[in-house]
Design a binder for this molecule. Structure first.
Ligand code: ZN
Ligand code: MG
Length: 457
């Protein structure tokens, strides 16, 4: 069976990056998408690998129906091993839960498709896509070589196709994404041209070169500008629905690619806001390298000789870890006093100087919960732009089980949870109303990975 060559669907954000609205066409994109998606699920259920692969050119590999079922789940339900293998090779996630709290592996197990179960739990299948956490999806090419060419930066600022995003007191100017019609509102960065901000830019505000849209020499260039003190009404003349947003938690509901650009811009702007003086001699510093460096104004300062890290934007590595019980049947989650009531999450803590990831993980878990852990496996990372943290996500295996909270520490509770309980927490069906951080948080992804890998429990 061949599928009809329908309209090319754009699921990427490239359209949004250029700021254009989707062109109207005879076939409504949402209807076409639904049609392709249904064909994908049907082909996955029937075991038609070739058809599945063709449809994946138009449908996201992890697209879900209204009951939260993915193509992988339809293949699992019907024991379609070849389709399962192809979908995994295409980057399909084994960690997705449907609205009944089942993964594809749960479904294969329930229907006794043992070959499908082993295909789904086969760790030799290496997915083509790594876990990309929220705030980490930055589509810009940072082109760091350009930062050292102030003449190039000066002319790039004035190009017609250059895009500026603006911040006031570190708050980004956002608006609702007009292309999103779902119940949840989504936000995008308001984009400005040089002409629209020329009056302000002439006053030499803090300007950060964020990157290029492509490698092309004519590529649009992106900058972040500090507009603190500038009249908001002039910005609203361009975007009448724009507003300065409290970044947390509002930027958790952004277009994912804009969230990545926001993370870069805000972490750097916060650094400038806090590091106006030389850390070595206390003299004022001046901005260099298009916002990526601050150099001491004092010619005699020691910071001009040798290797120093005081001139560059800081990034603070922090560990976040899911601790799995010695018998691998439960995971350890804790509550900080500052969390919303009933929310549990992974343990976390900052790295200390001279410490490796593995030791930070072991030390933090023992300090906060009294549990000793052995092997540490790296999972994925997440920039956290409040102000400039890099979360390093790990899964680690406990050697002991007795929890002992440090009364002085910030954890008010920590306990072991079974997989069924965790599934209830993910799907907001826990009898006591316990829940987990949202999917934008790396903690959620770590927990989901464990749930996805433990359908035997
Ligand atoms: Zn100095
Ligand atoms: Mg700690």
């Amino acid at each position: 069976m061949r599928i009809r060559p329908l309209v090319r669907l754009s699921f990427s954000c490239s359209r949004r990056m250029s700021g254009d609205r989707p062109a109207s066409s005879a076939v409504k994109p949402s209807n076409v998408a639904t049609q392709y998606q249904e064909q994908l699920f049907d082909s996955a259920a029937k075991g038609n690998v070739e058809h599945v692969l063709t449809l994946l050119k138009a449908v996201d590999v992890d697209a879900k129906n209204d009951r939260g079922w993915t193509a992988l789940m339809f293949a699992a339900r019907n024991g379609q091993v070849s389709v399962i293998k192809s979908l995994l090779e295409q980057g399909s996630s084994v960690n997705i839960l449907n609205s009944s709290g089942q993964t594809a592996l749960d479904i294969a197990n329930f229907w006794n498709h043992s070959d499908a179960s082993s295909a789904l739990s086969d760790s030799t299948v290496v997915p083509t896509q790594e876990c990309r956490n929220y705030y980490s999806v930055n589509p810009l090419n940072r082109a760091s070589d350009r930062r050292k060419h102030p003449e190039w930066i000066d002319q790039a600022v004035k190009r017609d196709n250059t895009k500026f995003i603006v911040f006031s007191d570190l708050n980004p100017f956002l608006k609702q994404d007009p292309s999103v019609t779902s119940r949840k509102s989504k936000y995008i960065l308001c984009l400005f041209s040089y002409k629209q901000l020329a009056e302000h830019i002439a006053k030499k505000p803090l300007l950060i070169f964020l990157g290029l849209e492509t490698w092309d020499s004519e590529s649009a260039v992106w900058f972040a500008v500090d507009v603190t003190g500038y009249e908001e009404s002039k910005l609203k003349d361009v975007h009448n629905d724009g507003f300065f947003a409290n970044p947390f938690p509002l930027t958790m509901q952004m277009d994912e690619r804009h969230a990545g650009i926001f993370a870069e811009a805000r972490s750097i702007l916060t650094w400038h806001d806090r590091y106006s003086f030389c850390a070595t001699c206390g003299s004022p510093t001046v901005v260099r390298e298009a916002g990526y460096k601050r150099v001491c104004d004092n010619a005699d300062c020691r910071s001009h000789k040798g290797i120093h890290n005081t001139c560059y934007p800081r990034v603070d590595p922090s560990l976040i870890m899911l601790v799995v019980s010695p018998d691998a049947s439960r995971c350890l989650l804790g509550r900080k006093k500052s969390f919303p009531p009933k929310m549990f999450s992974c343990l976390a803590g900052f790295m200390e100087p001279g410490e490796c990831i593995e030791d930070t993980c072991r030390r933090e878990v023992e300090e906060e919960s009294g549990i000793q852990v052995g092997r540490v496996e790296y999972h994925s990372s997440q920039p956290w732009p409040f102000p400039a943290v890099l979360m390093l996500g790990c899964i680690t295996h406990a050697k002991t089980e007795t929890i002992k909270l440090d009364n002085d520490d910030e954890l008010e509770a920590a306990q072991w949870f079974t997989r069924p309980e965790v599934v209830q927490m993910i799907t907001h069906q826990h009898p006591d109303g316990l829940f987990l951080p949202p999917k934008q948080a790396i903690a959620h992804q770590l927990i989901r990975t464990w749930v996805g890998n433990t359908s035997n429990l």
